[in-house]
Design a protein around this ligand. Structure first.
Ligand code: C5P
Length: 299
């Protein structure tokens, strides 16, 4: 018997970042939208201990040791319920690795839900969300999906209404960016400046609720974008290519380096994807739409 869970990627339609806190994290106003690029995590009983395997185009970049969030999720759940973490976790990876789309977080949330179902722990939704928050700032959102405002370091979620599907194009970069490095660069660029408290932008929330891509395009923002561009200047060329191809908005996704392009509809997204693919400014191009549900056990 095994359990498979499907988990979506995310794009940030607003990422407001405050000053560094004493614990090194940053307070955020983080508006997440779950989009239809998925990892699938399959948990199968194992005789002896924990094993992680991975398949997919970026599989060689995925750590298979206990630094993998899927492994950490299984260990955290096993410890809480006083059982041995005897499980094989297989990740079918489609979300870009180190791309700013919460791929690692998706695997953490997926493994947690898969092991919970496999072991029949009966953990409550609150308990699962607590474990997610311990695993990482974006992991609770991977469990919940849809659209949500994340405050604190991003882990305290308020679900948001979404009036219609939004269509996106994602350009995958030739290399990854480390999230801590991007936050460090944000701190360096902000040295000596007065960094305001991060607050959710009502225009973003209204545009999501209305399902209005033109309004969302005007409101979308990412405070980490200057830091990501400073570490990876070539991303400006990708953003420009997407804008020239007719994207309503072009933005770095989270800490990057994946760039996200908002389109009016599915046809336009497919046209923009074609132009970006031919532009030579990225490694690969994907289209996706959202909001979509969070981690889901498949039959
Ligand atoms: O929470 P998570 O482990 O995903 O965070 C990865 C890194 O990103 C942290 O170690 C920290 O450097 C940075 N981070 C931050 N403020 C946040 C979230 C993440 O500085 N709110």
């Amino acid at each position: 018997m095994s359990v498979t869970v499907r988990v979506p990627a995310k794009v940030n339609v607003q990422l407001a970042v405050g000053a560094a806190r004493p614990d090194g994290f940053h307070d955020l106003a983080n508006v997440f939208l779950a989009v239809s690029l998925y990892d699938e995590i399959t948990a199968t009983p194992a005789a002896d201990g924990l094993r992680v395997t991975c398949e997919g185009p970026d599989a060689d970049q995925v750590p298979l040791d206990r630094t993998n969030l899927a492994a950490r999720a299984a260990l955290a759940l096993a410890q809480r319920y006083g059982r041995a973490p005897d499980v094989h976790l297989h990740i079918a990876k489609d979300i870009p690795v180190a791309g700013g789309m919460a791929g690692g977080s998706a695997d953490g949330a997926g493994a947690l839900l898969a092991c919970d179902a496999l072991w029949g722990t009966g953990a409550s939704r609150e308990e699962l969300l607590d474990i997610c928050a311990e695993l990482g700032s974006d992991v609770p959102f991977s469990l919940v999906g849809g659209a949500a405002l994340g405050t604190g370091r991003g882990e305290r979620l308020t679900e948001l209404e979404v009036g219609a599907d939004f269509h996106w194009v994602f350009a995958l970069a030739v290399r990854g960016l480390s999230t801590p490095a991007v936050f460090r660069e944000f701190d360096r660029l902000g040295e000596g400046l007065d960094i305001p408290e991060p607050v959710a932008d009502q225009a973003v929330l209204d545009a999501l609720a209305k399902g209005d891509p033109a309004a969302l395009a005007v409101a979308v923002s990412n405070d980490l974008q200057p830091a990501a561009l400073s570490l990876f200047p070539e991303l400006s060329d990708t953003l420009a290519a997407g804008r020239a191809a007719g994207a309503l908005a072009a933005v770095v996704s989270g800490s990057g380096p994946t760039t996200a392009f908002l389109a009016t509809d599915a046809k336009s997204a497919s046209d923009i994807a074609g132009v970006l693919r031919a532009s030579g400014t990225c490694r690969d191009v994907r289209t996706a739409s959202g909001a979509v549900p969070g981690a889901t056990v498949l039959d």
